[in-house]
Design a protein around this ligand. Structure first.
Ligand code: NAP
Length: 245
């Protein structure tokens, strides 16, 4: 029997990869951080909760018969990605990063690139109403904003929040029509987003283009040096097949 493949998940691509590997006869264990109260579960086996940093993951890899790790966490889950790189180096475990490509602007887009949440907050400081789509964990960077801040999340965000925050609890994906309706209802003047990439959360970008409002985009953190990166589930399946069982 071939040993398990550990998929570090929490994304749609991770669920797609788990399903594709199970279809391919691979014994898959998906790992979820446990942040979302009611997560969509992938095919195959699932474990939930952090490993305890790079040291914890190193110990976990020593203790469990895994043959390879595919890091399919979100492009901005940089702590987990760094831990995986360190633990793989320490244990000699084959590691692949599957990361969807970032977004590219289309004609009519007014995108303003920044390197951090703090820079994003500075970029919208003079506006009256902004749509913060950077995730509920990043909101402290916007806490000093005087603007009305529209925040949408699956679970309620925790303080510190901008003083004039309006929270909408909802789980995507959302259509362009839904995004347009929400942005019009709240008089949104700019959208703030991470460069997450992918189709699941791209409707807000189209809606911003239609409304003629700017999008402030936070650049991705770099992938740790030496870790191979692919952009599609198919490439990740091929990589797993190439690993010794
Ligand atoms: P992060 O900052 O890189 O991770 C923080 C800690 O959470 C890690 O150090 C690790 O704890 C634990 N963790 C993260 N992903 C894990 C996984 N797949 N399995 C087990 N433990 C995990 O990550 P994050 O940005 O908080 O994201 C948390 C989860 O949500 C990830 O699975 C990510 O794919 C998903 N997600 C994130 C975003 C985003 O924008 N950041 C968006 C959508 C989904 P230990 O150090 O204890 O191991």
């Amino acid at each position: 029997m071939t040993r398990r493949v550990l998929v570090l998940g929490g994304t749609g691509e991770a669920r797609q990869l788990a399903a594709a590997l199970v279809d391919d006869g691979v014994d898959v264990l998906s790992s979820l951080a446990g942040r979302v109260a009611d997560p969509r579960l992938p095919a195959g086996a699932v474990r939930v909760g952090g490993f305890g940093g790079a040291a914890g993951l190193t110990a976990w890899l020593h203790a469990h018969p895994v043959r390879a790790v595919v890091d399919v966490t979100h492009p901005f889950a940089s702590t987990m990605t760094a831990s995986a790189a360190t633990a793989a180096e320490r244990t000699g475990m084959p590691l692949l990063r599957l990361q969807r490509p970032g977004w590219a602007p289309e004609p009519g887009d007014d995108w303003r690139w920044v390197d951090s949440m703090e820079q994003a907050a500075a970029a919208v400081a003079g506006l009256g109403s902004v749509f913060l789509t950077t995730g509920r964990k990043s909101l402290d960077a916007f806490a000093g904003l005087p603007a009305r801040c529209l925040v949408r999340s699956v679970d309620p965000p925790e303080p510190p929040l901008p003083e004039r925050t309006v929270v909408v609890l909802a789980r995507g994906p959302f259509t362009v029509e839904e995004e347009l309706a929400l942005m019009r209802e709240h008089g949104v003047e700019a959208v703030v987003s991470k460069d997450s990439g992918g189709a699941m959360t791209a409707a807000k970008l189209t809606a911003a283009r239609v409304l003629g409002i700017p999008v402030v985009l936070v650049r991705r953190p770099p992938v740790p040096e030496g870790v191979p990166v692919v952009g599609t589930v198919e490439e990740a399946v091929a990589w797993v097949r190439a690993q010794a069982g």
